[in-house]
Design a protein around this ligand. Structure first.
Ligand code: S3P
Length: 428
């Protein structure tokens, strides 16, 4: 699908963004591992989360999604059945990696695959530790890529130091650890997003923290929960960035997740000079949330170092867009993980923004943007990656002339209705 966006009028108004993708996945999977009925609302009806539900159904779990209310009738991990066919995680690495962890403790064979993009993503990072825990797991693709074949069974807890700061890897180990003998300790696990830990605590797991480590012990009877899911801060970030960039804009996003392990983009926006105001801060179901207000500002370049990356990993492409309109250099380093996301996000965002007139250099683990430049409309491509597509749409809003974005359909992976939302906010 091809869409076109022209330099925009100000974005003004108040909105809610779609429910958090990471929390939606976890509500479905942990609900399926619990004993009893878990209700999650509002659940994100997007490509990725629907992939998770499809896989759970194939594992014999009763899952019902009406509107945006998800009801999961969990019977504990013991209630999961061997799937008759290959499980298809679609575009979703979260689905594949978290389910691989959970399935490592199940005494049957399962196979997990995904679309072309997911089949290019590295799985060695979960395969190696899950094997040490006792799972018979193999990544059949070249260079330890999907499909995965898992023959699960008796597991033993291990101590594992994270090779990369990845919440998906940590979560896979925690879900295996729930079914393992002894203690599973993820060394350095605290630096990535902690939605799994928060939800596990809500559901009665024996989970604890020691310094930078996360520990879990066996618990096969997680309690079901009623989970109220906040808006997705990563989705909100596209709109906050657009508001910062387009003169005269002022937006309020209500009821959005403000988990500190996700909120790095807000502090970078603030250091670039775009004042983002937080209000109505509260905690619901162990997750912080609140309202955010942002408006247009004169931006300055910023240097973002590696330690900040995990808390803004999905927002890095947006930093490249903001950098184009900021005074001075915007430098991002320590973000090499972006090369193995839904696309090589460093190459994709640098290449596409250059077509729009950006002055941007690619680094192995980031980029340097020289700003400000006047972006101009161009023909650009999403690389099949939802976050690249939406970042380009934000760039288009502050460019001169028309930008044509091909491969737009991938936006449904995380933010169905994004274009309608933009149109509504710019109607004035
Ligand atoms: C996610 C974790 C992050 C993030 C992804 C969702 C999750 O990936 O990029 O969009 O829900 O756990 P990594 O943990 O691999 O960095």
């Amino acid at each position: 699908m091809v869409i076109s966006i022209s330099g925009s009028r100000a974005l003004r108004g108040e909105l809610r963004v779609p429910p958090d993708k990471s929390i939606s996945h976890r509500a479905a999977i942990l609900g399926a591992m619990a004993r009893g009925t878990t209700v999650a609302e509002p659940f994100l009806r997007s490509g990725d989360c629907l992939s998770t539900l499809r896989c759970l159904r194939q594992l014999g779990v009763e899952v019902d999604l009406k509107g945006d209310t998800l009801v999961v009738k969990g019977r504990g991990p013991e209630g999961w059945r061997a799937p008759e066919k290959t499980l298809d995680a679609g575009n979703s690495a979260t689905t594949m990696r978290l389910l691989a962890g959970a399935l490592s403790g199940r005494p049957f064979r399962s196979e997990l695959t995904g679309d072309e993009s997911l089949r290019r993503r590295p799985m060695g990072r979960i395969v190696r530790p899950l094997r040490l825990m006792g799972a018979d797991i193999e990544a059949l693709g070249e260079g330890e890529r999907p499909p995965l074949v898992i023959r699960g069974g008796e597991l033993r807890g291990i101590e594992h130091r994270m090779e990369v700061d990845s919440a998906q890897v940590k979560s896979a180990l925690l879900l295996a650890g729930l079914q393992a003998e002894g203690e599973t300790r993820v060394l350095g696990g605290r630096s990535s997003r902690d939605h799994t830990e928060r939800m596990l605590l809500l559901m009665g797991a024996d989970l604890s923290f020691e310094g930078e480590d996360v520990l879990v012990i066996r618990r096969s009877d997680l309690e079901p929960a009623e989970i109220d899911i906040p808006g997705d801060l990563s989705s909100a970030s596209f709109l906050l960035a657009a508001a910062a960039l387009v003169p005269g804009s002022r937006l309020t996003v209500r009821d959005v997740g403000l988990n500190p392990t996700r909120a790095g983009f807000l502090s970078v926006l603030n250091s670039m000079g775009a004042l983002v105001l937080e209000s109505a801060y509260r905690e619901v179901c162990n997750e912080p949330r609140g309202d955010l207000e942002a408006g247009s500002a004169s931006l300055r370049g910023v240097e973002v170092e590696g330690w900040r990356i995990p808390a803004l990993i999905d927002e890095v492409p947006l930093l490249a867009v903001l950098g184009c309109r900021a005074r001075g250099e915007t430098v991002v380093r320590g973000a090499g993980e972006l090369r193995v996301k839904e696309s090589d996000r460093i190459a994709a965002v640098c290449g596409e923004l250059r077509k729009m007139g950006a002055s941007i250099e690619e680094l192995p683990d980031g980029f340097v943007v020289h700003g400000p430049v006047n972006l101009r409309g161009a023909n650009v491509d999403s690389h099949g990656d939802h976050r690249i597509a939406m970042s380009l749409a934000v760039a288009a809003l502050c460019a001169e002339g028309e930008t044509v974005i091909s491969g737009w359909e991938c936006v449904d992976i995380s933010f169905p209705g994004f274009l309608d939302t933009l149109r509504r906010l710019t109607r004035g």
